[in-house]
Design a binder for this molecule. Structure first.
Ligand code: JCH
Length: 242
């Protein structure tokens, strides 16, 4: 997979060169290039924003600068991801879809976002996805790009340390729509708090049942919206008794 990220704060993307992803980039399993949007600015002040038509607070990012950048960075076949508070909700399913693509380009805006014609023009030749990572407002697209890139690249074979966990994690296909159960490690007692005895029993059926029950309990308590969406088939008779 190739990743290109365009931003006026390229140093915001430095975390992409850390940890497991950084190792995949260093050994060439993932190609990563971060671009400073001001490279495509044309005036002597290298300006990238202007006042909004129709009035209102803040500034809007100029279409000419962004279009020139995407012309260079997003060839036919690339997928352009535009983080925005007004985007389609980013989900694990979207992450799995993006993980199957060869080339992702992230257009990280600032100010009040990009002139909409940047999206409309790019969509004439590549797929453009406007994505929101949640119902809260960030100051720019860089952190959202980091979130999407991490969620996507951890699904790529050979990038994540333990491929099994990409399946069993919350929202992974291995645990349809349930939150992760609590996890424990040594010591068996810590500050007067014990590990649930079933986890020490060696009874794998009982452990699986406990983990399932804890996932259901946690999901019902914290995410009733997910419970409403659960496929009844995933809840066997025993689960219904929980
Ligand atoms: C019109 O209202 C606003 C529009 C933009 C902004 C700041 N901003 C500029 C670019 C940019 C890209 C992504 C995001 C973002 C994404 C999510 N889920 N939250 N916030 C925020 C962004 C503030 C307010």
């Amino acid at each position: 997979m190739r990743l290109d990220v365009v931003s006026i704060f390229p140093e915001y993307l430095a975390p992409l060169r850390q940890s497991l992803l950084g190792r995949a980039v260093a050994d060439g399993r993932i190609q990563l290039e971060v671009h400073d949007l001001r490279r495509w600015a044309t005036d002597r002040h290298r300006s990238v924003d202007d006042t909004p038509y129709g009035g209102g607070a803040g500034m809007v990012m100029r279409p000419d600068v962004w279009a020139a950048a995407l012309d260079d960075v997003a060839p036919a076949g690339a997928t352009v991801v535009v983080p925005t508070p007004a985007g389609h909700p980013f989900s694990q399913a979207t992450a799995a879809d993006l993980a199957r693509r060869e080339h992702l380009v992230f257009a990280c805006g600032r100010y009040e976002g990009l002139d909409q014609r940047v999206v409309l023009d790019a969509a004439r030749r590549v797929e453009v996805l406007e994505l929101s990572i949640g119902d809260y407002v960030l100051a720019g697209g860089e952190v959202a790009a980091l979130v999407v890139i991490e969620a996507v690249t951890r699904l790529l074979p050979g990038v994540l340390g333990n491929p099994e966990s990409a399946v069993t994690d919350s929202f992974g296909e291995g645990s349809p729509g349930l939150l992760e159960h609590p996890a424990y490690t040594r010591p068996v007692e810590f500050r007067g708090l014990a590990v649930p005895p079933v986890l020490l029993s060696g009874n794998h059926a009982a452990i699986a049942r406990w983990r399932r029950d804890e996932s259901l309990r946690r999901t019902a308590r914290r995410r009733p919206d997910l419970v409403a969406r659960l496929d009844p088939a995933t809840l066997d008779a025993a689960d219904r008794a929980v």
